[in-house]
Design a protein around this ligand. Structure first.
Ligand code: HEM
Length: 163
């Protein structure tokens, strides 16, 4: 019986390891160090994984050095970074869990519709973590906090991003 209850929770994705209060602080304080570097962050992702850039109709096939200075690039970079900021601001308070769940579920759905894959989300994650490692004080504790935060978020996104 217990097994089925656990299985059901896994299927609906309700099981996530919540961040400790310390981990929430580490994610929030390290994010504060880079959250205004929107253009830099998106440029680092595109440089590491050109297949991600190729998915954006407005940037596909163009030289990254040229597009990174455009208003369209700043707009998209701000969208992604603001999304992170919104989720990070909500984290740490379990009464916000439903709000986080619905935001991230929608993100997964929208990206599924655009043909984005889980593999690309994982590439994004790798480039994003590499950016953090290079630009914030990044000890093992910060790495563990971000990995747990991304595990939790991706578990929700991957329920609707199934490709
Ligand atoms: C990993 C590969 C990804 C690809 C290929 C991708 C691709 C796209 C594309 C093509 C758009 C539409 C742009 C437009 O029409 O102007 C978009 C919008 C957006 N993306 Fe992504 N994206 C990726 C990952 C992410 C991640 C990880 C986040 C956030 C954490 C994110 C957040 C957003 C947001 C907030 C928008 C604008 C709102 C919306 O239309 O959904 N994206 N993305």
């Amino acid at each position: 019986m217990k097994f089925f209850a656990v299985l059901a929770l896994c299927v609906v994705g309700a099981i996530a390891t919540p961040l400790t209060a310390d981990q929430v602080n580490l994610v929030q304080s390290s994010w504060a160090q880079v959250k205004n570097n929107e253009v830099d962050i998106l440029a680092a992702v595109f440089a590491a994984y050109p297949d991600i850039q190729a998915r954006f109709p407005q940037f596909a096939g163009q030289d990254l050095a040229a597009v990174r200075g455009t208003a369209a690039f700043a707009t998209q970079a701000t969208r992604i970074v603001s999304f992170f900021s919104e989720v990070i601001a909500l984290s740490g308070d379990s009464s916000n869990a439903a709000a986080v769940n619905s935001l991230v579920t929608r993100l997964g759905q929208d990206h599924q519709t655009r043909g984005v894959t889980r593999a690309q989300f994982n590439e994004f994650r790798a480039a994003f973590l590499a950016y953090l490692q290079a630009n914030v004080s990044f000890g093992d504790n910060v790495a563990a906090a971000w990995n747990q935060a991304l595990d939790n978020t991706y578990a929700i996104a991957f329920q609707t991003l199934t490709a």
